[in-house]
Write a protein that binds this ligand. Structure first.
Ligand SMILES: [Zn+2]
Length: 202
């Protein structure tokens, strides 16, 4: 941190012409004024009258010396916008795997019951199905536990993302923007960056 740094000054150029980033963003406008020749014109489009004669359009140039205001609305307001709220990572779709597994297991169990009721205890399909149904129970439990772990990890990442966004918002709320050099300063830490790189100091 620069020792001459002062919270009411721009940390880059020392200008006191600073305003809160939030106010700049809310206003959405940043105006520069330059004195010079302002050029423009009025265009009258062509038309066809009731006799069918075509009157072509014409352009009337106009201009004069004066003060020109340039409004940088999208530019500055866009780069100074608050940090975006992170999208929540969803995990519900992972539960389709154990759900499909349970469905398949139930279809198998219905088959098994019909074989059982017909007394086909020695047939090969009956033996295979019995083994498959027994083995798939722990496999389904393991699958459900695995999905639960994926869900817990996503919850943790979602929690971190929310905390990080909150911290970025707190920093963003105290940032000031310098009109002279278009840089942004964090008065609490003295960190600074060009306006378009404001994300780097959040
Ligand atoms: Zn400055």
């Amino acid at each position: 941190m620069d020792p001459s740094w002062n919270p009411f000054r721009c940390a880059v150029c020392g200008s006191t012409d600073v305003e809160s980033v939030r106010a700049r963003w809310e206003a959405g406008t940043w105006t520069t004024r330059t004195t010079g020749y302002v050029a423009g014109g009025v265009y009258t489009p062509g038309y066809s009258d009731c006799q069918g004669h075509w009157h072509s359009g014409h352009y009337a140039p106009m201009g004069g010396w004066g003060v020109q205001s340039s409004v940088h609305r999208t530019g500055l307001a866009t780069v100074l916008a608050p940090p975006e709220r992170p999208a929540r990572e969803s995990t519900w779709q992972w539960w389709l795997l154990p759900a499909l597994g349970i469905l398949a297991w139930m279809v198998g169990a219905v088959d098994w019951l019909s074989m059982y009721s017909e007394g086909e205890f020695t047939s090969l399909p009956y033996v295979v199905l019995t083994v498959a149904l027994l083995v798939s129970v722990p496999a389904l439990v393991a699958l459900a536990l695995w999905v639960r772990r994926i869900e817990e990890e996503a919850d943790r990442r979602n929690g971190f993302a929310v905390l990080r966004h909150r911290a970025e918002m707190e920093t963003w709320m105290r940032l000031v923007h310098c009109t002279r050099c278009n840089s942004v300063t964090d008065p609490a830490t003295g960190r600074h960056a060009p306006a378009e790189l404001v994300r780097e100091i959040l």
